[in-house]
Write a protein that binds this ligand. Structure first.
Ligand code: NAD
Length: 298
């Protein structure tokens, strides 16, 4: 059934997500302050409005896809009073668990309903409608949102109550960052010890050190031809985004009293790398480890 949707944040991810909703027959009213994003949304068939509040008026569902949690909370302050009572707010931005809980509480406090629904799958997944949605909120609101999320996603998982979708995202990406660093250190150690990348791959990909980072996203060229390493580390998943997500993970570790030494260190390592290679794929961390090793060994 066609829904009336407000969509805010028409960037790399939100633009194609909104386009998929239009394509599926939904009535999409959209807002983004950037003129090029507005123009693309118009070409995609959305109705573009001039203010955030106008995108929330008379909508069944309001979806936000914004850069950070501070902005989500600011934008909610404009959206919530403008929306009809009982509107379902879905925030798909990647933000702090604490901000996600605060946003949901604000929405519910204003007489609305709320889900956090961050995604993985990147720009390619957004364009293809194959994102994975990790959803936090009530079972009832999840059931209401499911068909809509399935337009934009290939897999939609109800993870728990408010903020728990963000929790799933932050746990997964913290583990990915740690495992990419660990794998890269092992690869560089192998290089120093005379182990070729292919031999490393042939052994480790079926041994106890196996990981997604190795078998699907190998950070050195050769063994996995589709990985960004074969394309001069063009993202993929940019270092800037991994750095952001590890910052959220470090916050969550600290806020929840977890002795997360590797997660905290991974955030520090990527923060440093991000200062020089923000636009490269995050798997390029292997080049940094190699360069620093050469310097230290010299
Ligand atoms: P982006 O910077 O390309 O897009 C964000 C958009 O929000 C921009 O177009 C910006 O103009 C718009 N915006 C800013 N203020 C606004 C406001 N007040 N109202 C409406 N729109 C506003 O970022 P992105 O890559 O699309 O990422 C969006 C979110 O998705 C982030 O939280 C990011 O961490 C997350 N994410 C990104 C990826 C990825 O691969 N790019 C993957 C998974 C999750």
């Amino acid at each position: 059934m066609s829904k009336k949707i407000g969509f805010l944040g028409l960037g790399h991810m939100g633009g194609p997500m909104a386009a998929n909703l239009v394509r599926a027959g939904h009535d999409v009213v959209a807002f983004d302050p950037v003129p090029t994003a507005q123009a693309q949304a118009r070409r995609d068939g959305a109705t573009v409005v001039d203010t955030a509040a106008a995108a929330a008026a008379d909508r069944d569902v309001v979806i936000t896809m914004l850069p950070n949690g501070k902005l989500v909370l600011e934008v909610y302050a404009d959206l919530l009073p403008a929306a009809a009572p009982g509107t379902l707010f879905i925030d798909s931005s990647t933000i702090d668990v604490a901000d996600a809980k605060a946003a949901a509480a604000l929405a519910v406090g204003a007489g609305h309903r709320a889900l956090d629904a961050p995604v993985s799958g990147g720009v390619a997944g957004a364009a293809a409608g194959t994102l994975t949605f990790m959803v936090g909120g009530s079972a009832e609101d999840f059931a209401d949102a499911l068909a809509l999320l399935e337009v934009m996603g290939g897999k939609v998982v109800h993870c728990g109550g408010p903020g728990v979708g963000q929790a799933a995202k932050v746990c997964n990406n913290m583990l990915l960052g740690i495992s990419m660093i660990g794998l890269s250190e092992a690869l560089v150690l192998g290089e120093k010890l005379g182990l070729s990348h292919q031999s490393f791959f042939d052994v480790v990909s079926t041994a106890s050190g196996q990981s997604w980072a190795l078998t699907s996203y190998c950070p050195v060229p050769g063994p996995v031809p589709t990985s960004p390493a074969n394309n001069d580390y063009q993202p993929g998943f940019a270092t800037a985004l991994m750095t952001k997500d590890l910052g959220l993970a470090a916050n969550a570790l600290r806020d929840n009293g977890v002795d997360g030494q590797l997660g905290t260190l991974a955030a520090e390592i990527y923060t440093r790398f991000n200062q020089v290679e923000a636009g490269k794929d995050f798997s390029a961390i292997v080049t940094d480890i190699r360069n620093r090793s050469d310097q230290e060994g010299a």
